[in-house]
Write a protein that binds this ligand. Structure first.
Ligand SMILES: C[S@@+](CC[C@H](N)C(=O)[O-])C[C@H]1O[C@@H](n2cnc3c(N)ncnc32)[C@H](O)[C@@H]1O
Length: 409
C-alpha cells in the first residue's frame, strides 16, 4: 500500500476493525467524520482539559467551504474563466500544479481534504477546456497531495490528517473518474508535521487556510503555562497578553504567504476588536496586505446559487448590487453579458441534460461546489446530451420562458 513499508504489529481485534473499515464504502465520507474521530480522542478529564487549552474542536463542512471557496476556488475559477488561448490555459495548468496550500493548525486534516477535492475539481474544469481547444493532445491531471501541507501540535491529529488527505485523493479519483492510481499511498511525512506553529518555520505557501486555536488572551498563561506564555510574548514582542491566541496565526500567515498569496482563516469576533484586531487584521493592512472579505458572504452565495439554479439571473444580479469586490463585479458582468445563455439548470437537470463546460458554466458551477450539476465529462454516454444542449443554445431555445423550456430531439 505504501511505497516504503514500515510494519506495524496489530492485535486480532485491531485487524478485525481494519477489515470492517476496509469493507466500507468510503466514497460517501464527509470531512466531519475525521473531526469527530479527532475530538473523540479527548474524552477523558485530562483530554478535555487539553482539548480546551489547544482549542481543539472540529470545523463544520459549511465553515470549511466558507474559507476554501473564496480563498482558492473563486481565485482559480476567475483566472481560468479569463484565460482564452491555449497558451494561457497551459500556463495556468503548470501554475496550478505548483500551487501550495498550507493549514498551520490542521487538526484532522479536514480543510486539506476539502481543498484537495476542490483543487482537483478546478483542475478538471481546466483540463476540459484544454482538451476542447487542443483535442489532439491528451492532458493529464498534475495536482497531487504533495502540494498540500499541514502542521499541528498534536501528534495524533497529524497522523489522522495524513490518512484524511489520502482518503481525499481516492475519493477525488472516483468522483472525477480520473485515470490515476490511488496506490501506492503518498508518503506525507514531510508535508504534514507535528510542530508548534508559533515556533516553526512555515512552508512558503500560495494559500493558507484553517481554523487556528482560539483562546482568550487572559487565559493563555493559565491554560498553556507561564513558561509557554513567556516564550510567546518574547517572540512576538509588541503583542501583549491580551490578544486572542488565534491572532498570531493571522500575523504569521501574512508573513509566510508567497507574493499574491491568499489566506482564509476562521476566527471568533474577537479578531475584529481591540488589541487582537490591532495585531492581526490591522497589522496585515499596514504591511501591504489586503483584506477582501470578512464574514458573511456565504448566505449571499447560497442565494445566488439557488437563483441561478432556477435560471433567475435578475435576482442573482440584485444580490451583488453595490458590491465593489472584483470577484462580485466580474461575476455580475458575466451574468449581464451572458444572461441569455443561462438556462434553468434545475429543469435541465430533471430532464437529465448535462450542461456544457464553457466559461459561463464553469463560473456558475464555482458559485458553490454543492451545486447539483453533473458537468459534461465527455464520456461516450454524455455526448448526445451535451450536443442536444449545445444545439438548443445555438437555436435559441434556451431563451424560452420558465417551465416552457423544451429541447427538440
Ligand atoms: C480549532 S482546531 C481546528 C482543527 C481542524 N481544522 C478541524 O477542524 O478539525 C485547532 C487546531 O490547532 C491545533 N493547535 C493548537 N495549538 C497549536 C500550535 N501551537 N501549533 C500548531 N497547532 C496547534 C490543535 O491541536 C487543533 O487541532
Amino acid at each position: 500500500m505504501f511505497k516504503e513499508i514500515h510494519p506495524i504489529e496489530l492485535e486480532i481485534g485491531e485487524l478485525r476493525i481494519l477489515d470492517a473499515a476496509a469493507g466500507a464504502d468510503w466514497t460517501k465520507v464527509r470531512p466531519s467524520i475525521f473531526g469527530n474521530i479527532f475530538e473523540g480522542a479527548f474524552q477523558s478529564d485530562e483530554g478535555k482539559k487539553k482539548r480546551h487549552a489547544h482549542g481543539i474542536h472540529f470545523t463544520s463542512e459549511g465553515d470549511i467551504k466558507r474559507i476554501v471557496l473564496p480563498t482558492i476556488v473563486d481565485y482559480w475559477g476567475d483566472r481560468i474563466a479569463a484565460a482564452h488561448s491555449l497558451d494561457e490555459l497551459q500556463v495556468l495548468h503548470r501554475e496550478l500544479s505548483e500551487y501550495k496550500i498550507l493549514d498551520p493548525a490542521c487538526g484532522s486534516g479536514n480543510f486539506l481534504y476539502v481543498a484537495y477535492q476542490d483543487l482537483k475539481a478546478v483542475e478538471f474544469d481546466l483540463l476540459q477546456r484544454l482538451q476542447l481547444l487542443d483535442p489532439s493532445r491528451s492532458y493529464q491531471s498534475l495536482v497531487t497531495p504533495q502540494q498540500f501541507f499541514g502542521m499541528d501540535i498534536n501528534s495524533f491529529a497529524v497522523e489522522l490528517a495524513k490518512v484524511t488527505l489520502m482518503i481525499g485523493r481516492t475519493v477525488a479519483i472516483r468522483k472525477l473518474d480520473l485515470p490515476e492510481n490511488s496506490l501506492p499511498l503518498d508518503t506525507l511525512d514531510k508535508n504534514i508535521v507535528c510542530a508548534d506553529a508559533l515556533f516553526t518555520d512555515w512552508v512558503k505557501a500560495d494559500a493558507i487556510i484553517g481554523n487556528p486555536p482560539f483562546l482568550g488572551g487572559s487565559r493563555i498563561r493559565k491554560e498553556l503555562t507561564d513558561d509557554y506564555a513567556e516564550r510567546v510574548f518574547a517572540k512576538f514582542g509588541e503583542i501583549h497578553a491580551q490578544v486572542d491566541f488565534a491572532s498570531y496565526w493571522f500575523r504569521l500567515a501574512h508573513e509566510c504567504l508567497e507574493r499574491n498569496g491568499r489566506a482564509g482563516l476562521v476566527a471568533t469576533n474577537s479578531i475584529s476588536q481591540g488589541k487582537s484586531r490591532a495585531v492581526s487584521l490591522d497589522y496585515i493592512v499596514q504591511n501591504d496586505g489586503y483584506i477582501y472579505d470578512a464574514g458573511g458572504s456565504i448566505r449571499r452565495l447560497e442565494n445566488a446559487e439557488n437563483s441561478l439554479w432556477d435560471g433567475d439571473v435578475e435576482s442573482t444580479i440584485a444580490l451583488f448590487q453595490g458590491l465593489k469586490f472584483k470577484r462580485a463585479v466580474n461575476f455580475v458582468g458575466y451574468l449581464r453579458k451572458h444572461r441569455q445563455r443561462i438556462p434553468e439548470y434545475g429543469y435541465l437537470h430533471q430532464l437529465k441534460i448535462t450542461i456544457g463546460s464553457g466559461s459561463v458554466e464553469s463560473s456558475i458551477k464555482q458559485i458553490g461546489r454543492r451545486i447539483k450539476i453533473s458537468g459534461a465529462q465527455w464520456k461516450k454516454e454524455n455526448i448526445a446530451q451535451v450536443l442536444k444542449h449545445r444545439c438548443a443554445y445555438l437555436n435559441g431555445f434556451l431563451d424560452s420562458p420558465k417551465y416552457n423550456y423544451s429541447v427538440p430531439n
